[in-house]
Design a binder for this molecule. Structure first.
Ligand code: PMP
Length: 444
């Protein structure tokens, strides 16, 4: 790690996190939760490391919820953003924005040829809204097929597209959603075993179309790996089987790549590519600009033309976000971070499997590349979820210098999605910490 001169701070150089917690409670929505029994402020980041108010260093294995895709404070990404900041922050989409056009062209190069139109938004929620708008308009239907345990956003429509009770604050949605059983082999909704199940979960899509819809759903939406759901990773042929059904009924497939995009899975640019299918809409956000807010969709000409009225997003595709995205994509490509995600991710998974041999609370290790989940259970035979161990484990890892995330319907899945620059050495350091943290978290 190189030394950097400290920038002047406009906040106190001491740890006042307890006071910030009080002020957070006082002024922010109570629905917005904080991690850790003693929440921390991350004041500074440098590549795969972050520093709190007390100057403590952490290995960042959560990357701002799979969003700091390359790493923190990377000059090759930040310098072009700073230069753009001084040239022009905002002009609106009513003017030509060079970086927006270049980014759209770049995204077209990275996606299947039929997805040749791009619309930019500022978040994953808004991007999913755009995907839902074009498919519902195109098919003249408000019916959607979605996966249980999926997560697609916090807006009125996307909440309802999400099959996650803890995140469903409302069901008063414009959408009529049909939820199919998800490909969650560790907890198969039908209590079957793969592969003798013959992909009952994929076949359920056809059963749902035939029994509970009007016959004309607008779309099927899924994350290739369910993020908030706890990095639930479908078996290899799941999406091929589903797509074959969707094609027979002419139903578009929306691939929500908000967490799995831009090389994180180590296999390809997007999660769906690991499953050898082509979606009709790709939804992206989070990691595209390494933490600068951005989102959007890539869709077919036909779907893009479904919006017949005027439409724009004031900030969507703004000069700062699109400059950041281009710089980030360049950094990922130049440094071969996708390949790094594959290699380091494989090492991470094998080291986690080793940990599972010693720690009975690890029920399942799953994921692809640097998107890896560890499901914690009270007992391997009963698979009873252990959310309290997940909480203790996160605290215990934090005090030892490692930040990880959490997810899953029962809040019992440790989510590991670090910046893609991490090394196998970082993984080994993290495994040592997790090992000790697991001992601490499970001590009587
Ligand atoms: N889709 C997926 C798969 C997500 O993980 C998220 C965020 N966790 C969203 C959509 C919503 O993105 P945002 O929070 O940027 O609105």
């Amino acid at each position: 790690m190189s030394e950097r001169s400290a920038a002047p701070l406009n906040f106190p150089e001491f740890n006042d996190s307890a006071d910030l917690v009080r002020r957070h409670k006082e002024s922010l929505f109570p629905s917005v939760g904080l991690n850790y029994s003693e929440p921390i402020e991350l004041r500074r980041g440098e590549r795969q490391f972050v520093f709190d108010g007390a100057g403590r260093q952490y290995l960042d294995f959560f990357g701002g919820i799979a969003t700091v895709s390359s790493g923190h404070a990377i000059p090759e990404i930040n310098d072009p953003i700073k230069a753009q900041l001084d040239r022009m922050i905002h002009s609106s989409t009513l003017f030509l924005i060079r970086s927006q056009i270049e980014l759209a062209e770049r995204i077209r190069e990275m996606t299947p040829p039929k997805l040749n139109k791009v619309f930019f938004t500022n978040s994953g929620t808004e991007a999913n809204e755009a995907a839902l708008l074009v498919t519902t308009l195109n098919r003249n239907s408000n019916e959607l097929i979605a996966l249980r345990h999926g997560y697609h956003g916090r807006s009125f429509a996307t909440i309802n597209a999400s099959g996650q009770r803890p995140w469903r604050s409302s069901s008063l949605s414009p959408l009529h959603v049909h939820y199919v059983g998800n490909p969650y082999c560790y907890r198969c909704p039908w209590e079957k075993t793969y592969p003798s199940c013959d992909m009952l979960c994929a076949r359920d899509v056809e059963a749902v179309i035939r029994t509970t819809t009007s016959g004309n759903p607008a779309a099927f939406i899924a994350e290739p790996i369910q993020g908030v759901g706890g990095f639930i990773t479908p078996p290899a042929e799941y999406f091929v089987r589903v797509k074959e059904i969707l094609d027979r009924y002419g139903i578009p497939f929306i691939s929500d790549e908000v967490q799995s995009g831009w090389g994180r899975t180590g296999v390809a640019n997007f999660g769906f590519q690991a499953y050898n299918v082509e979606p009709d809409v790709i939804v992206f956000a989070k990691g595209l600009a390494n933490g600068i807010p951005i989102g959007g969709i890539a869709a077919t000409d036909e779907l893009a033309s479904s919006i017949r009225s005027l439409s724009l997003s004031t900030f969507g595709g703004n000069p700062i976000a699109t400059t950041a995205a281009l710089a980030n994509l360049n950094f990922i490509a130049t440094n071969n971070l996708r390949e790094n995600a594959r290699v380091v991710g494989a090492h991470l998974k094998s080291r986690l499997h080793e940990l599972a041999e010693r720690h009975q609370v690890i029920g399942d290790v799953r994921g692809m590349g640097l998107m890896v989940g560890v499901e914690l259970v009270k007992d391997r035979a009963t698979k009873v979820a252990a959310p309290e161990i997940a909480l203790k484990l996160m605290d215990a890892a934090k005090i030892r210098g490692l930040l990880v995330g959490k997810g899953g319907l029962h809040a019992n899945v440790i989510r590991i999605c670090p910046p893609l620059i991490i090394t196998t050495g970082d993984v080994d350091a993290a495994i040592d910490i997790l090992d000790a943290a697991l001992v601490a978290a499970t001590a009587a």
